[in-house]
Design a protein around this ligand. Structure first.
Ligand SMILES: Cc1cc2nc3c(=O)[nH]c(=O)nc-3n(C[C@H](O)[C@H](O)[C@H](O)COP(=O)(O)OP(=O)(O)OC[C@H]3O[C@@H](n4cnc5c(N)ncnc54)[C@H](O)[C@@H]3O)c2cc1C
Length: 495
C-alpha cells in the first residue's frame, strides 16, 4: 500500500467508507487514535479513522514533546506506570521512530534556592530513572546516565545561568520528540500504508453499537459509517461521545522564545518551582532555534474549546520562574508566542497535578473509549484499546505488532552525509532525500516550499492551517506565520 495522504485519496476513501462495513472505526486522530488505527490495520483488520479537524489537531500538538522515562511516576510509587513509560520510550528511541525521538540532556542548576538535601534527593531519583532505563532494556548508548557537574561545566552547557552562588548542576537524559505533530502524521501515514482509510475533516456526531453518524466538514453532508467495533480516541473531548466518561482537564501552557533568546544553551533545563521539592519548569530548546518554556498545570472547568488559549497569567508565571535562574532576565517582549493544551486526565480526587497519568480503556454500548495516559505511551494505549475491541466483537486478529513496526520515515537509509540538510533529516528521516529532491526545483526559502508541497502531496494537508500549524510549526509565532502564508498558498496551488 501507499502511505501518501492527500485530497484525492481522502475523497476516494470517503466514498468507500460510505459503502463498506469496516472492522474498526477509530474516532480521533491524535497520537492515541492514529496509534489505534495503525495497531488495528497492522493486525490485518479493515480500518477507517476520522478526525473532526486534522491529524494532531488536539492535545497531541501541544505537549512538551518529552518521551518520558517515567521517573515522576516512580516518585509517586506507580511502578507499573513508570516501567510502561520506560519500555515505550525505548521502543520509540530504538525501533519505531528513532528519526523523530532523540536522547536529550537536561541540566538542573544548583542555585542557592536548591538546598543540598534537595539536590541529593533529585540525584537519587535520576539514578533510579537510569535503573528504569536498564530494566526496560534500553541501551545506555541510546540514553546516557546522569552526572553531577561542576559550575564551570554547567555554564558551558548553559551560559545564560546566573553565576552568583551557582554550585554546579545535575545532568540527566530523557527522550524528546523533534515535533509531536510529526509523530502523529507518521503514525497516520503508516496506518494508511497498512490499508487504513484516514479521513480528516470528518466529525463523529453520534456513536452507537456498530455505527457512527459522521459529518463531512468540507461539504456538510452526513453519512453512516458501519463498523464491527468503534474506538473513541477523542482525548479531552471523549465525554461528548461517551457520556459516562468523566474527565478533569488540566491546562498546560508553554512560552515560545525567539531563536537566540537564550544564547549558547546546549540542552534543556529543569528549573525548580518555588515551594516544591520535586516539580520543575522545563526549558526546551528546539531544532529550529526557538526555545519552549513550560509548563503550568491548572484545572479547567466548563466547555472544552477547540484550541485552548494561553492566559497572560500563565505567561507571567513562567517568565518569573525562568528568570529566577538567568543572569540576564527576559522580558515579555522576548516571548514570541505561547501555546496551551488540555491534558485529558480522568476525574479523580485531588489536584490535577497529582492525578495519575494512567490510561483507561472503557466500553459502553459497543464503543471502546481509550483516554488518559500520555503521548509517550500512545502505542500501549492503542494496543489495549484494539485488544478490547477485538475481544468485544470477536474480530479475527492476532496480537499487536506495533512494538516492532518502524514508522514511515524510520525505514531505509538516512541521508546523514550532508547531501540533505540536517533539519530535514531530523523531521523526515529516510524521506528527507525525497523532500529535498522537491526542493531541487524550489530551492528558495531553504526548501520550505518543498516541505509544504510534500505535506500537500503525501501528508494529508488540506489547507493553510494544516500546513503552518501542524505539518510545520511555523504558526507558533504569529509573525512567522504571517510571513509564511504566501508560501503555504503557493504549495496548495502547486498541489
Ligand atoms: C501541555 C501538555 C504537555 C504535555 N506534555 C507531554 C509530554 O511531554 N510527554 C507526554 O508523553 N505527554 C505529554 N502530554 C500528554 C499528551 O499530550 C496527551 O496525553 C496526548 O497527546 C493525548 O492524545 P490523544 O490522541 O488521546 O488526544 P488528542 O491529541 O487531543 O486527539 C483527539 C482528537 O480527537 C478529535 N476529535 C474530537 N472530537 C471529535 C469528533 N466528534 N469526531 C472526530 N474527531 C474528534 C480532535 O480533533 C483531536 O484531533 C502533555 C499534555 C499537555 C496538555
Amino acid at each position: 500500500m501507499d502511505s501518501s495522504l492527500n485530497a484525492a485519496r481522502r475523497a476516494a476513501d470517503l466514498r468507500r467508507v460510505a459503502e463498506e462495513t469496516v472492522d474498526v472505526l477509530v474516532v480521533g486522530l491524535g497520537a492515541t487514535g492514529a496509534g489505534a488505527a495503525l495497531d488495528a490495520a497492522s493486525r490485518g483488520l479493515t480500518v477507517a479513522a476520522i478526525d473532526a479537524h486534522d491529524l494532531a489537531f488536539g492535545t497531541s500538538r501541544w505537549s512538551s514533546k518529552m518521551i518520558h522515562g517515567g521517573l515522576r511516576y516512580l516518585a509517586k510509587g506507580q511502578l507499573d506506570v513508570a516501567h510502561e513509560s520506560a519500555v515505550e520510550r525505548g521502543i520509540l528511541l530504538t525501533r519505531t521512530a528513532p528519526h523523530l525521538v532523540k536522547a536529550s540532556p537536561y541540566l538542573l542548576p544548583l542555585t542557592p534556592d536548591v538546598p543540598a538535601s534537595q539536590a541529593a534527593l533529585v540525584m537519587t531519583g535520576y539514578r533510579l530513572g537510569d535503573a528504569l532505563r536498564a530494566a526496560a532494556r534500553t541501551p545506555r548508548r541510546a540514553l546516557p546516565g546522569p552526572a553531577r557537574l561542576r559550575a564551570g561545566r554547567a555554564l558551558e552547557l548553559a551560559p545564560v545561568l546566573r553565576r552568583e552562588g551557582l554550585r554546579g548542576g545535575l545532568l540527566s537524559w530523557d527522550g524528546r520528540l523533534v515535533d509531536d505533530a510529526r509523530l502523529v502524521v507518521a503514525l497516520a501515514r503508516t496506518a494508511a500504508w497498512c490499508g487504513a482509510r484516514i479521513l480528516t475533516r470528518c466529525r463523529a456526531l453520534r456513536l452507537s453499537y456498530g455505527r457512527a453518524e459522521v459529518r463531512d466538514e468540507l461539504t456538510g453532508s452526513t453519512l453512516t459509517v458501519r463498523a464491527r467495533a468503534i474506538v473513541n480516541a477523542t482525548g479531552v473531548w471523549a465525554g461528548g461521545l461517551a457520556p459516562s466518561v468523566r474527565l478533569r482537564p488540566s491546562r498546560g501552557t508553554h512560552l515560545v522564545l525567539r531563536p537566540g533568546s537564550l544564547p549558547g544553551l546546549r540542552g534543556g533545563l529543569h528549573v525548580p518551582l518555588p515551594g516544591s521539592s520535586n516539580r520543575f519548569a522545563l526549558v526546551l530548546p528546539q531544532a529550529d532555534g526557538r526555545v519552549y518554556v513550560g509548563l503550568t498545570d491548572e484545572p479547567v472547568d466548563g466547555p472544552i474549546p477547540d484550541v485552548p488559549e494561553a492566559p497572560e497569567s500563565d505567561i507571567t508565571a513562567l517568565l518569573e520562574v525562568l528568570n529566577s535562574v538567568l543572569e540576564a532576565p527576559l522580558t515579555r517582549d522576548d516571548v514570541a508566542g505561547a501555546f496551551a493544551g488540555l491534558r485529558p486526565l480522568l476525574e479523580a480526587e485531588g489536584r490535577t497535578a497529582d492525578l495519575s497519568r494512567r490510561h483507561a480503556v472503557l466500553d459502553e454500548d459497543g464503543v471502546v473509549t481509550v483516554v488518559g495516559g500520555k503521548l509517550t505511551t500512545y502505542r500501549r494505549m492503542a494496543e489495549d484499546a484494539v485488544d478490547r475491541a477485538v475481544a468485544l466483537r470477536s474480530l479475527n486478529a492476532g496480537p499487536s505488532v506495533t512494538a516492532s513496526l518502524p514508522l514511515v520515515g524510520a525505514r531505509g537509509p538516512m541521508a546523514r552525509d550532508g547531501s540533505v540538510p540536517a533539519r530535514l533529516v531530523a523531521r523526515y528521516g529516510a524521506e528527507a532525500a525525497d523532500v529535498w529532491r522537491l526542493a531541487g526545483r524550489h530551492p528558495e526559502h531553504d526548501g520550505l516550499l518543498a516541505e509544504l508541497m510534500w505535506a500537500v502531496r503525501h501528508e494529508g494537508a488540506l489547507d493553510e492551517d494544516d500546513l503552518l500549524d501542524r505539518r510545520t510549526r511555523i504558526g507558533l509565532v504569529p509573525e512567522d506565520r504571517a510571513a509564511a502564508l504566501p508560501l503555504a498558498r503557493a504549495a496548495l496551488h502547486a498541489g
